[in-house]
Write a new protein. Sequence first.
Length: 365
Amino acid sequence: MIICSRFPEASRTHSTVPGAWRGEPVTSPIPTAPTPSLIAAPPPSTTEDLRLALRAATLYYLDGMTQAEVATRLGVSRPTAGRLVARARAQGLVRIEVQAPAHLRDALRSDEERALEEKFGLLEAVVVADSVDATGSIDDHNSFAGVGRAAASLLVRRIREGDTLGFTWGPETVAVAQGLPSGAATCASVVQLDGAVSAINYQTGTEYVLGRCAEQLQANTVRLPVPLYADASTVVSMRGDSVISKALEAGRTAEMMMFGTGAVSTSTTLFEGSFIDTDMLSVLTGLGAVGEVGGRFYRLDGTEVGGPLDERAMSVPLDDIRACGGSILVTGGVAKHQAALGALHGGLAKMLVCDIECARWLLDQ
């Protein structure tokens, strides 16, 4: 049996498709024929087939040859080489192990990341070992520093030169902006997904995120110079404005979006910024709301609450965030666990960056 390991110090094992870890596709499917016994003496032809498959697997996995090089070495065609490698895997001649180094097991949370991706159908999950609650207040961007750096790394790896990046304001996106390295990636523009003007002197971090992302990503800025909530008739008028409508459209069609979630409580940025009051919180709680994105509330199962705030919101609708192929949910902290779960149930995020406590809680639900 051939055992292929990336890091021999650890013991976690995941199976993978032959050649996938090298980025090389196998040219034929794994056979579905019954596995012959490797103990009883098989007929000569079967023995030769297995010997050739074992030899092909040795050259491919241990010697690092490509399938084309295996074919040349064995004097067979490339498709045949691919079938031999696949057969060796199917017959149990090969066991592939992907392992984290023992000294980095606490920092590398690949098991939790893989489980989150499978459970919620995510394109990618990144789990940070640090706990948000252990670092400070949930409304302080410094509490999200570790999560922000991880999200920034994910963002620069995923974003493309012609993309528009949309964001909702909050401590999570401020932390992401702080974590962006200079010159690592570029995009076309950065746009607000929700209004931020408040009746009091409350710092939402919107201008910082716009400026920092534009500088680090060499992008243009698109502001949404409106309050988060307004009277329904005023919202209709503002949406008809040429400047505001263009900003909203740029946000709705953004190729990538990053956002945090808000809980339904008095400890959230919406309450502290006087965007909502205790009476509204009571109404939202009665409607089953557990979280919000861009001032739009939803239940634990991901369904939208609607309610009195929906027609007053100056932000990109949740359906547009749901339709974005590059949406990143950045979250952490016990206070936001239910909000994160509702967002994932609602399909708002294609990617997730969270702390280890949030990851464990989500997987336990």
